[in-house]
Each structure stands twice: as C-alpha cells, then as structure tokens.
Ligand binder design. Structure first.
Ligand code: AMP
Length: 283
C-alpha cells in the first residue's frame, strides 16, 4: 500500500492510474477505522482495480463547540487496517493544504440539507460536499463508496453528483453493527462503559419502529413516540430527534403510505456523545 499526503502527488498518481486504464474507487473517511470502514473498502475492491482510502478529519463539517479537536485519531493503526482491507493508496491530506489561508469556496446542496442532520448541524453538509468535491478532483475516481449509516449524507452526495454532473458511480454500503446492534462509529470510543451499555437501545428502537410499521401502524407520530419512550427508558439518553421520513426527499411524513420506502432515523446524546442511526423500511 502506498501512502500519499500531498494533493499534487495524489493528482499525479490518479492521472497515471487513469492513463493505464485502471478503475479507481474512492472510500472517504475521517479515520479511526473500524469494521464499517473495512466493509466499504472491501466493497470498493470488488468493483475497482485500485482502492484509494482517504483519511481526513474535515474541520469544515464540524461547528464551533463540536468535537473536531478531540475526534479520535490513530494513523499507525488506520494504516494497518486500511491495508488489511484492500486499500491500494492511503491518502492523508493536511488541513493546511485542503483549506489554505484565505479559503472562500464551498459547495452547497439545498433542500435536502435543511432537514434532520442539516437542521441540527446547519453548516455540516456544506463541509461534507465541499471536501468530497475536492476528494473527487484529487483522486479522479470511477466510483465512490459511502455508508448507509450516514443515510442523509448518501442522499446529499447523490444529489450533488447528479446536479453537478460528476461522472462517478455512488455505491451505498450497508451499516455494520456490533453484535448487540450498536452501529459501528468512531465516536463510540467516547462512550463510558455504562453509556455504551445503554446505547444498545438505539438499534432496539429502530427495530421497534420496523415491527410497528410491519405490524400495520401507519401513524408516523405513533412510531416516533414509541421509539422515544423506549430510548428515554435509558437514563443517560437525550433524544435530539427521531424521524419518519420519505426515503427520497427526507421530508417527514404524517402517515406511512403503503408501497413506499421510509427512512426512520435518530440522533441521541449519551453524555457529550451524539450518535446517529437509521433503518430503511419498505412497506
Ligand atoms: P466517517 O469516518 O465516520 O466519516 O465514515 C466514513 C464512511 O464510512 C462514511 O461513508 C460512513 O457512512 C461510513 N460508515 C461509518 N460507520 C459505518 C458503519 N457502521 N457501517 C457502514 N459504513 C459506515
């Protein structure tokens, strides 16, 4: 595995790969890699000749007061995991090169970014779309793999790729979970043992939503209320939002129409740690 940290070096290498006819897959990450990231790299490796995994803790997608400074980082461990999963090139650009002084240009996707995570974190998605655009320019991929764990991010990236005519296939990989159901996340490392135990309620609440909807419940607020009751049975849990939304537009629904697909998603805090998770349900 090759490690590249300069933007110019990455662009030169990507250009060479393209000239030789290689199919390039990009897996963007913020590092502190876990089995969710590994699965993305494996899925990418099945579809391309070279997988470029990027590691960049992107300051533009954190608001002041969020966890940018304390976000977990461990490059030596990430290097081993990335290589083991099938990464050909590990790309680790620096903040200084990504956002040099006097930086003023952002990519903004409207509408989809005003709900759910975008409502709770108003500048988050413009940071994501800006850095992903840059990553696309640097790594010149034929496809890029993102995780369903960040469902709204997938929708926003798909929208951007369509609207800006990026010639890149977007592949969405299923959420990888711990044995007890908690979605893998670099942020799980923040949880105390007690919070970690309580956090299993998140997936149980999503399963409850699925059971209710499959059992014929059509009222979105009844589903959300059932989830909130279950989540708040854990003393450390503070619900940021629970949402039942149309899977395409991400607009919340009042009733779950038959023959539709809904995204049931949540953001919940345990102490200072904010976790998100979701399931897609076809009715
Ligand atoms: P992050 O490093 O958290 O920004 O995530 C990088 C990529 O990995 C994103 O596309 C995430 O959606 C994806 N990802 C994170 N956690 C998981 C998971 N548990 N299962 C599948 N994909 C994930």
């Amino acid at each position: 595995m090759k490690v590249i940290s300069s933007v110019a070096g990455m662009q030169r290498t990507a250009e060479e790969l393209r000239r030789k006819g290689g199919r390039i897959a990009l897996v963007p990450t913020m590092g502190y890699l876990h089995k969710g990231h590994e699965s993305l790299v494996r899925i990418a490796a099945e579809r391309a000749d070279v997988v470029i995994t990027s590691i960049f803790v992107n300051p533009a997608q954190f608001a002041p007061g969020e966890d940018f400074e304390r976000y977990p980082r461990d490059l030596p461990r990430d290097t081993r995991i990335a290589e083991g999963a099938g990464t050909g090139i590990l790309f680790t650009p620096s903040v200084e090169e990504v956002y040099p002084g006097n930086y003023h240009t952002y990519v903004i996707v409207e509408e989809l970014t005003t709900v759910l995570e975008g409502k709770a974190r108003p500048t988050h998605f413009r940071g994501v779309t800006t850095v992903v655009t840059k990553l696309f320019h640097w790594t010149k991929p034929h496809l890029a793999v993102f995780g369903q764990k960040d469902a709204q991010q997938c929708a926003v990236i798909r929208r951007m790729v369509k609207d800006l005519n990026f010639d890149i296939d977007i592949v969405v990989a299923p959420t990888v979970r711990e044995q007890d159901g908690l979605a893998m996340s670099s942020r799980n490392a923040y949880l105390s043992p007690d919070e970690r135990q309580q956090s299993t309620v998140l997936y149980r609440s999503l399963q409850l939503a699925e059971q209710m909807i499959r059992g014929g419940e059509r009222g979105a607020s009844a589903v959300a209320d059932g989830m909130k009751r279950l989540i708040t049975s854990q003393p450390a849990a503070r619900v940021d939002y629970v949402s039942v939304a149309d899977a395409q537009t991400l607009q919340e629904v009042d009733t779950v129409p038959p023959g539709s697909e809904v995204l049931v998603s949540l953001a919940v805090r345990f102490g200072a740690t904010r976790l998100i998770d979701n399931v897609l349900i076809k009715t």
